[in-house]
Write a protein that binds this ligand. Structure first.
Ligand code: MN
Length: 195
């Protein structure tokens, strides 16, 4: 059985990106809902003994959409909370900075490309910065509950672009929400995940 992780920051610590009201819904209602539905679906089945990663992979392969959506959304949201932090932003440092410069030209070029992809993904989904099996960084837009785990790619950063992530604070203005993401992005977490 899975449990809802606590947010690794206080709900009123990044009001320009996400208000406490939005965290109340996004974490306490939406993320909690995915965890509860996942537990209901796996309780008493052979999936109950598997890790979250194993459940995501196996439900994706067998086309078990209900289990896939809820397990992937649990993973994605947990990863998202680690991708943001109060007073984040600025520029990445160390190896992450080097790899971003190598693979995107510059940090500004990376931000521009990620922003463009985030604002143009149609409907609900996730924008990921991933490291592929050759070690190269890529931006990966994935609709709905899409997660790079099913493609054998290592996630480094993510941005939730479902409307429930920003509608209370920004209404339909996804671009403003993405703009504020750059002030809270947790580069150090991404850096720690590099291979
Ligand atoms: Mn969400």
């Amino acid at each position: 059985m899975f449990t809802l992780p606590d947010l690794p920051f206080s709900k009123n610590s990044m009001p320009n990106f996400c208000s406490a009201n939005t965290f109340n819904f996004h974490h306490d209602k939406h993320h909690a809902g995915y965890v509860n539905k996942l537990n209901d679906a796996i309780n008493g089945t052979e999936l109950a003994d598997q890790t979250l990663g194993e459940i995501i992979q196996s439900s994706h392969q067998t086309g078990n959409t209900g289990v896939f959506n809820n397990s992937a959304q649990h993973f994605n949201h947990s990863f998202f909370w680690d991708s943001i932090l109060p007073f984040g932003g600025n520029d990445p440092s160390g190896k992450l900075q080097e790899l971003i410069q190598r693979d995107f030209g510059s940090v500004d070029d990376f931000r521009t490309e990620f922003t463009k992809i985030s604002t143009t993904l149609f409907g609900s989904g996730w924008i990921w910065l991933i490291q592929n099996q050759e070690g190269k960084l890529e931006i990966l837009p994935m609709p709905n509950a899409g997660t790079p785990l099913t493609e054998g790619k290592s996630p480094l950063l993510t941005l939730d672009v479902w409307e429930h992530a920003y509608y209370l604070d920004f209404q339909n203005l996804r671009a403003k929400y993405v703009e504020e993401y750059w002030n809270v992005v947790n580069w150090e977490h991404a850096n720690s995940l590099l291979k």
